[in-house]
Design a protein around this ligand. Structure first.
Ligand code: HEC
Length: 279
């Protein structure tokens, strides 16, 4: 029995309590995931989910639209463009590491690198590009990395998310492990991501109004007014895992990269609209 079937058997037990019965090929999963939200909120077009909670909360949406008139992430996009075009000490630039020389490629990440046998996110690709050119890697919550990622998202706005899961045992195992992470209960509060962002989407947990996971990866990095700075998708994963009182993983850990792989695949077909602004 291969790894994929073992993981599937293991997930069968979990499946029984799942609200969205997703159990099949990645494409079957994606169709079921999107259909769940369509059935649950028939008035919300699928394309709206890229706006997170503002797809489901009209009052909060007005405030957010006002914020978007003077986007607080603009400085990050500008800084990112400068950094992107500044040559490394060896004279080469980021553009040599990316398809299309960099702009407009956000929707292709994360991708599975068969040679390395792992999921490569955009942030990791940026750091690998630095290292191959003799520069040191940026820390994952640095302004520099978030700015570069903001610029790359900005130049990809409107492009359809197109994450590929090749027919490669390593890629399928990475996808399944991300999926399992997503549906597994964890922490002292014993919550899975799906408990809040699928079952309870649109509802309040104390003062928090919960968004759907569909579309989550479309708008990162985001400017969080609460922190007054840009944050990455993995920083959000970190916060949500910590909030259920489980031990968070580091940004760009294998666990979070696989989770991002699964979650972004679920949003295939929606557009990139990053960077975003959130409370
Ligand atoms: C106890 C409930 C809860 C759980 C469990 C939870 N989250 Fe969240 N999450 C929130 C709240 C509250 C917010 C902020 C409001 C919103 O956008 O939903 C949030 C926000 C997010 C965002 C940012 C959304 C945006 O549009 O910017 C992401 C991404 C996210 N969560 C991912 C996850 C993942 C992945 C997991 C599982 C590891 C998870 N969350 C588990 C409550 C939860």
């Amino acid at each position: 029995m291969n790894m994929r079937n073992i993981i599937r058997l293991l997930s069968l037990g979990l499946c029984l309590s799942w609200p969205v019965y997703i159990f099949g090929s990645p494409e079957d999963d994606r169709i079921a995931f999107q259909a769940y939200f369509q059935a649950r909120f028939p008035d919300v077009p699928i394309s709206e989910y890229v706006n997170g909670i503002y797809a489901l909360d009209e009052n909060a949406r007005e405030q957010w639209e006002q914020i978007e008139e003077f986007p607080p992430y603009e400085f990050a996009v500008e800084n990112g463009e400068l950094l992107f075009n500044r040559p490394f000490a060896n004279g080469s630039t980021y553009s040599e590491c990316f398809d299309n020389q960099g702009p407009g490629v956000r929707q292709l990440y994360p991708r599975f690198d068969a040679e390395r046998g792992e999921v490569i996110t955009l942030e990791l690709a940026i750091n690998l590009c630095r290292e191959v050119n003799g520069e040191s890697a940026y820390s994952y919550n640095s302004d520099e990395l978030n700015s570069l990622s903001a610029y790359m998202a900005w130049t990809s706005r409107g492009n359809k998310i197109d994450v590929v899961i090749p027919n490669d045992p390593g890629a399928l195992a990475a996808y399944e492990s991300g999926k399992q992470f997503y549906y597994s209960k964890r922490g002292q509060l014993n919550f899975a991501c799906s408990d809040c962002h699928v079952i309870s989407a649109g509802l309040y947990v104390r003062a928090d109004h919960l968004s759907a996971s569909l579309g989550h990866p479309s708008h990162f990095p985001v400017y969080r007014s609460k922190f007054g700075k840009m944050i990455s998708l993995h920083s959000r994963f970190y916060g949500c895992v910590r909030d259920v009182r489980a031990k968070p993983f580091e940004e760009q850990s294998v666990e979070y990269r696989n989770l991002e792989y699964f979650l972004t695949y679920m949003s295939n077909g929606l557009i990139v609209n990053g960077p975003g602004a959130r409370k």
